[in-house]
Design a protein around this ligand. Sequence first.
Ligand code: NAD
Length: 363
Amino acid sequence: MASRLVRIGVLGAGPIAQAAHLDAIRKAHNAELYALCDAAADLLERVAAIHQPTMCFTSFDELLADPLVDAVVIATADAFHVPLAQRALAAGKHVLIEKPLGMTIEECDALHHWLGDRRLVVQIGHNRRFDPGFTAAQHFVRHELGAVLAMKAWYHDSAFRYVMTDNLQPPIITSDHRIQPSLAPKGDRPRYLLRTHGSHLIDTARFLAGDIVRVQAQRRISGGSHCWFIAVTFAEGAPGHLELIVPVQGDFEEGFQIFGEHGSVTGRLPLVWHHRSSHVECFRAADRTYQRVLGEDSHTWRRQIEGFAATINGSAAQHGATLGDGIATLRVLIAVAESAARGGCAVDPAEMSGGLERIAESD
Ligand SMILES: NC(=O)c1ccc[n+]([C@@H]2O[C@H](COP(=O)([O-])OP(=O)(O)OC[C@H]3O[C@@H](n4cnc5c(N)ncnc54)[C@H](O)[C@@H]3O)[C@@H](O)[C@H]2O)c1
């Protein structure tokens, strides 16, 4: 397997497939865009004309029945992720599931339990992990920082972001025939914002500083902006402060600071669609020097596919988020919602059940 390209089928020809996955797979050195599937035949035809997969399907079952498909990227609405991933895994395909993993802890735990020790790769699409700056920061934290004293991370989506993304992404093709959940994801705004943007913030915190075992969150809605300020405790005892604001009247900002026994790390990620590395500086107290990676190759989507394919063909250990990471992130998001709904009291993510339905419509 290591000597040949991993043949990938993409399920969903919607915006994220068009803006990220199809281009990423075509550019990946160890993967091939073998198939594309979308129930909307008009969308499928127009997107396939650009990206030229070998095979096109309007039926997911037909894609799964093709023995040449090694792996599937699930690029559909969140509510469909877990059931579609399970169908792909049952057909013996490896899966990369767009983030967030799913809607409820029960469906995600059931998938985990069902997967058991089946030897299939499951990766969650937390693409920031494939930013060279994030990788360098994690390496420094693990090998040089010593005990973590404290961590901050923030994700401020900009009110002006869509002007930037429209400039950076290809024109997105749409269809009236695409399949959507009965409750349109973006119509359910506070839950959508926490799930879609919060999952990046929480995965960043976990990737760099480890498991989160305690959450206290405050939420405020003002002038159309949603804000969550979150106090967390990491498993090793370090306190953290995480903030999610969507949107801010200012620039897009995603970043982190970590303070430790032997140094500190600061990182700022530009809007990810620029494909520019985060600006990460690692300070080592022993020789009073800062290190910064150039990170000239920062197409996180392509690197994510290459990491997925390398895990499948056995040439590298899994660097991307695992099924366990996806579940842990969802647990923290639900703990954030639970704590905010209960006036900021301390909540243990391990004790959560259900989904984000506990978010009130207003403060
Ligand atoms: N990683 C990131 O930064 C990032 C950014 C944007 C979106 N996303 C995630 O990507 C996912 C998809 O987003 P989107 O905006 O492209 O979604 P979308 O719902 O607009 O498009 C999904 C497409 O999948 C098709 N589809 C759904 N179920 C199908 C089925 N059973 N059979 C055949 N076709 C099916 C639909 O017809 C639709 O065209 C979401 O989970 C979202 O959170 C991630």
